[in-house]
Design a protein around this ligand. Structure first.
Ligand SMILES: *Cc1c(COP(=O)(O)O)cnc(C)c1O
Length: 394
């Protein structure tokens, strides 16, 4: 083998390391929970999107085990070929009811839900208006569609309107935005965007990955948060964050959901969620429908943590949700901060380019209902110590 032809990879990796942008992936030796074991040590976990602590919830574990006993493990093939299991149908019905939508379709992940949806709705000659900070899976879905992509300034409805007015040649039109922006924790002004979509008669799609199980009554998501039921055409979501499992969903108008069963490529060409995944997600819906306790605790924890961080003098950006960006700017400083926190027993990741813009590196703290008040106090103490040591706060 001639390794000359791949020597460029080593060069690229050296450059990433130089810039403090090389991802070191920690190995977790325990269930994903408020505390995790890494290299034999128990550390406080502030990295997971496990907002409600469902990833290791006893009822969800049991639901997955019971379903395996009854239905086995795998779906066998794609649903249009091997048939769809009753469990998947049940999950889709329950999700639609939970989200007060006409219908729902599930996918393997939130990522594939976006890759399925956008190219099924628009194609060559059409136009997509996309928030400049939209998630990578939306960007990839837009690219796959081959429609023209017009980016508008982040959460800026005036710019969105300007871009719509300026774009005069189009077939079909689609506006797409994240609901909650995952690196900053701010919320899209979906009510105002919805008004614009109605005014210009443009299809509207929101990706509510970080709003599912977090925003709205009992975690029903961003459409519920703004009271926009029936006014947003497509609500994409994920079950790999607050639901604690894995899987994507698209809730919305029945004709769109029916269309995705015919034209969503990851639905037609990739097998469905596995049996234990579906059963676990069904139990997550049961838990959420039964009580708002976990969602309430998540928000109370997040408020407690944010207040503590602000009192210490940290810059927590524009967050309106349990996502707390601790803004540091320099990528190397963020990595050093994360390393020192880890030594203090707190696992919180540094995030740099290309996940966030250059010069906007940060530690991203994910709050969870699984944390106790004592956990949050331990974390605040560690942030205070490391922040002073590195000159971030005084
Ligand atoms: C996490 C995320 C996804 C991907 O969801 P998965 O289920 O993990 O594939 C898609 N969109 C947004 C906005 C996300 O934050």
């Amino acid at each position: 083998m001639n390794d000359q032809r791949t020597a460029w990879i080593q060069t690229e990796i050296e450059q990433l390391k130089e810039a403090g942008l090389f991802n070191v992936i920690r190995t977790i030796e325990s269930p994903m929970d408020a505390w995790v074991t890494i290299a034999g040590r128990r550390v406080l976990n502030f990295c997971a999107n496990n907002y409600l602590g469902l990833a290791n919830h006893p009822r969800i574990r049991q639901a997955a085990i019971d379903a395996i006993e009854k239905y086995g493990v795998g779906p066998g093939a794609v649903r249009t070929i091997a048939g769809t299991m009753s469990l998947h149908v049940k999950l889709e019905e329950r999700l639609a009811a939970f989200k007060k939508a006409e219908a729902c379709i599930t996918f393997q992940s939130g990522f594939t839900a976006n890759l399925a949806t956008i190219p099924a709705l628009v194609g060559k000659g059409d136009v997509i208006f996309s928030d400049e900070l939209n998630h990578a899976s939306i960007i990839d879905g837009c690219r796959l569609s081959r429609a023209q992509i017009v980016r508008y300034a982040h959460n800026d409805v005036d710019d969105l309107r300007r871009k719509i007015e300026e774009t005069t040649e189009y077939g079909r039109r689609l506006i797409v935005t994240d609901g909650v922006f995952s690196m900053d924790g701010d919320i899209a002004p979906l009510d105002a965007i919805c008004d614009i979509a109605n005014e210009y008669d443009i299809m509207l799609m929101v990706d509510d990955a970080h709003g599912e199980g977090v925003l709205g009554e009992g975690g029903r998501g961003i459409v519920d948060h703004f009271g926009l039921h029936g006014r947003v055409d497509i609500e994409v979501g994920t079950m790999s964050k607050a639901f604690g499992v894995i899987g994507g969903m698209v809730a919305g108008r029945k004709e769109i959901v029916d269309w995705l069963r015919q034209r969503g490529r990851p639905f037609l060409f990739s097998s469905a969620m596995t049996v234990p995944d579906v059963a676990a997600c069904l139990e997550a819906v049961n838990l959420l429908e039964h009580s708002t306790e976990l969602v309430d605790r998540l928000w109370a924890n997040a408020e407690f943590f944010k207040k503590g961080m602000r009192e210490l003098g940290f810059d927590t950006g524009q967050t309106q949700t349990p996502i707390v960006p601790v803004m540091l700017g320099d990528a190397k400083l963020a990595q050093q901060f994360s390393r020192r926190l880890f030594e203090e027993g707190v696992f919180a990741m540094a995030i740099g380019y290309p996940t966030v813009p250059k010069g906007k590196a940060r530690i991203r703290v994910m709050n969870s209902a699984a944390h106790s008040t004592n956990d949050l106090e331990l974390a605040l103490a560690a942030f205070a110590k490391v922040g002073k040591e590195l000159g971030v706060i005084s």
